[in-house]
Design a protein around this ligand. Structure first.
Ligand code: SF4
Length: 500
């Protein structure tokens, strides 16, 4: 590449799948000589990896793109790209509203990003790659056998030497066939396709060799993973066993599970495979059967409750998290009360609550009126969160005095802020013992405690001394091991980690 290394700024919005996609895109560009930069307005290439799940997320993308108008005027050779779900959903809308955008690329075509950038540079034209041609005709099993060109992106994964892989994602599945009536994912990410198990295991080995200790397997409905291998069917429980057996992987997680497809063999795998963490993220979306039916969720409230009870019977100490949508079309006060009752009943570790916003092209948008007023959505949102706080606070308090195993992820937000302030004052940052570290328990609890930089990446025992509804505070009791010196601490200033 002539004229020195080109710089790339990559900002990620949305889910873990996007975080992984960004890592892989950045990996491709690094291999071609691009250098990541945290400065958006002066970068040679700016990529925004977008989310379409809610209108709010798309508005945020438009505002980021709006902020690039002036920098692009100053530096017309800057290449601005919109990648991910919003690019797939509304390419024309992006170009209409933001004419300074040069390229759009859907999530199924991300292996083409370097070629698209070259196309823009070489021909000074817009470049587009969308996967709208993906076939839904075949069954998930048949599709699993088809060659998937986007697989190339995962296969080419080569983390750079300075890249923190301590906690890594691996994609096991793409797309979704469920077509919940509120959701754009089946349109933006295409049909459900599982990756070959051998490739997933090879990727786990590669990451473990580079220092990964925790792997999270990603899929839109991860528990419905299915693949044919040498004439036999591999399902998700077997995949857990095979990835858990990779030397060096000490923790194995998976998201997101779909309640309708959750089978007992996965619960037994969670109980019996030491590496699989006792944590399950399994969105309920509503506690009312009529709402679930309009959402086309393929389970009832009682089936969901039964699954949660069953999971608790089989997997000792399991922590369960859920998602809820408030204000879905036609949601009454009574429906909302049923959701409150479900939360009360299930005693989740935490919940994620979203206010419904219609997404163009979905069944709900075409069929149902978005008839719950915004202030009612806001109130219901708050009510669910307050109820969850009332559940989480005493549950976390009950942990005070106990000792938990944490994987130390890095400095706490407060410590990072203090370090930034010191740096901006021109002071040398001293890595003092008082620097706050943050770690995560196997059940996905965040623990803040004092430690040293060299502890980052290690497993430790921490005694819990205080707790809020969201965070545990502890004191370091003993290190279980030390992180190898080569394991770099997480650099939170890298744009790839700036997921919104
Ligand atoms: S299961 Fe439903 S909510 Fe989840 S990605 Fe698929 S369509 Fe969307």
């Amino acid at each position: 590449m002539g004229g020195g290394a080109k710089t790339v700024y990559l900002e990620t919005m949305g889910c873990q799948m996007n975080v992984l996609d960004s890592e892989l895109v950045l990996g491709q560009l690094r291999a071609l000589g691009y250098e990541p930069t945290p400065k958006m307005t002066t970068a040679d290439v700016v990529l925004i990896n977008t989310c379409s799940v809610r209108d709010h997320a798309e508005q945020k993308v438009l505002s980021r793109l709006g902020a690039l108008k002036k920098p692009k005027q100053k530096k017309p050779e800057m290449v601005i790209g919109v990648i991910g779900c919003m690019a797939e959903r509304d390419p024309d809308g992006i170009f209409d509203k933001m004419p300074h955008v040069d390229l759009v690329c859907g999530p199924g075509e991300l292996n083409k990003v370097p070629a698209l950038i070259d196309e823009v540079r070489g021909r000074r034209t817009r470049a587009i790659a969308l996967a709208q041609s993906l076939s839904r005709k075949s069954t998930p099993l048949q599709r699993a056998l088809e060659f998937d060109s986007v697989e190339a992106l995962d296969l080419a994964r080569t983390p750079g030497p300075d890249q923190n892989v301590l906690q890594s994602y691996i994609r096991v599945q793409r797309g979704c066939d469920k077509f919940c009536t509120f959701c754009v994912v089946p349109f933006t990410r295409g049909p459900e396709r599982s990756r070959p198990a051998a490739q997933i295991v090879a990727e786990a080995h590669m990451l473990a060799d580079r220092g990964a200790r925790e792997i999270t397997l990603l899929g839109q409905t991860v528990n419905s993973y299915v693949q044919q291998e040498n004439g036999r069917t591999v399902r998700f429980a077997e995949l857990l066993e095979r990835v858990g057996a990779v030397s060096g992987i000490e923790r194995l997680r998976f998201v997101t599970s779909y309640p309708g497809d959750f089978t007992d063999d996965i619960l037994y795998a969670m109980r019996d495979i030491p590496q699989v963490c006792e944590y399950l993220h399994i969105p309920a979306q509503s506690g009312s059967d009529p709402v679930l039916k309009r959402m086309r969720r393929q389970y009832s409230v009682s089936q969901y409750v039964e699954l949660i009870d069953h999971a608790r019977q089989i997997v000792p100490g399991i922590a369960i998290a859920s998602d809820f949508i408030v204000g879905f079309c036609g949601e009454t006060e009574e429906d909302h009360q049923r959701t409150m009752e479900l939360i009360e009943r299930c005693r989740f570790k935490n919940i994620f609550v979203f206010k419904y916003s219609p997404r163009p092209g979905t069944v709900a948008d075409k069929r149902d009126a978005d008839d719950v007023p915004e202030q009612v959505k806001r109130r219901r949102n708050l009510e669910l969160l307050k109820l969850q706080e009332r559940i989480s606070q005493p549950a976390n308090q009950a942990l005070v005095g106990s000792t938990v195993e944490v994987l130390i992820e890095g400095f706490s937000k407060a410590a990072l802020k203090a370090q930034e302030a010191e740096q901006s004052r021109g002071e040398e940052v001293g890595w003092r013992r008082s620097d706050q570290l943050v770690g995560r328990t196997r059940s996905d609890q965040i623990v803040v405690f004092s430690g040293e930089q060299k502890h980052i990446g290690a497993l430790a025992d921490v005694r819990i001394v205080d707790a809020t509804a969201l965070t545990l505070h502890g004191e370091l009791i003993r290190m279980r091991d030390f992180a190898p010196a080569s394991r770099a601490p997480r650099d939170r200033s890298l744009p790839i980690l700036g997921a919104a």
